[in-house]
Design a protein around this ligand. Sequence first.
Ligand SMILES: C[S@@+](CC[C@H](N)C(=O)[O-])C[C@H]1O[C@@H](n2cnc3c(N)ncnc32)[C@H](O)[C@@H]1O
Length: 186
Amino acid sequence: MPRSGLVRPVLAILLTLAIARGALGQDHDVPYFPTPQPAVEKMLEMAGIKSGDFLIDLGSGDGRIPITAAKRHGIRALGVDLDPALNEQARAAAVRENVSDKVTFREQDLFDTDLSEATVITLFLLGSVNMKLRPRLMALKPGTRILSYGWSMGEWKPDATAQIDGRTIHMWIVRGGATTSPSITD
Ligand SMILES: C[S@@+](CC[C@H](N)C(=O)[O-])C[C@H]1O[C@@H](n2cnc3c(N)ncnc32)[C@H](O)[C@@H]1O
């Protein structure tokens, strides 16, 4: 292809990337897409939620996971999301569902979120984002359950996997010190 013939496709690629970044928002690592409600319930069932658990949903969207955890299982939950409009929607839903005393929605980058108090963490992100989070997740306190809708965590083998409507849910249980895959090198 003559050199001038490359200009148009290169410009098209750059424009597409710029539009995608703009649509995602400057710092958003993942676009918004809600977990279907049956999958939310399956994730919470797999986690074996018990009284005293504290759930954090990283990238909480409309808040359905923390709200369902509080409403169905009576636990405290936190959702963090960079999108202020989604956080507003989530807070309004928490009021409607009478769980605003149990759930909090915070406008915050998931990579800056303190996870140390969590006993259950839920994710519907991307494989690459899961991998970036993985070292921090593996270092959480023993017994912490991590559930991911749709995406795995590389060679960190899940403790349980379920299928729902053609999508996969994985769960890992943090072992502390050693993990289920002690040989992992990232
Ligand atoms: C696929 S949606 C999942 C929403 C919700 N967890 C659910 O399962 O229904 C991903 C969410 O992550 C949010 N997000 C993307 N990058 C983020 C970041 N760096 N920090 C916090 N939230 C982020 C998006 O705004 C979006 O709402």
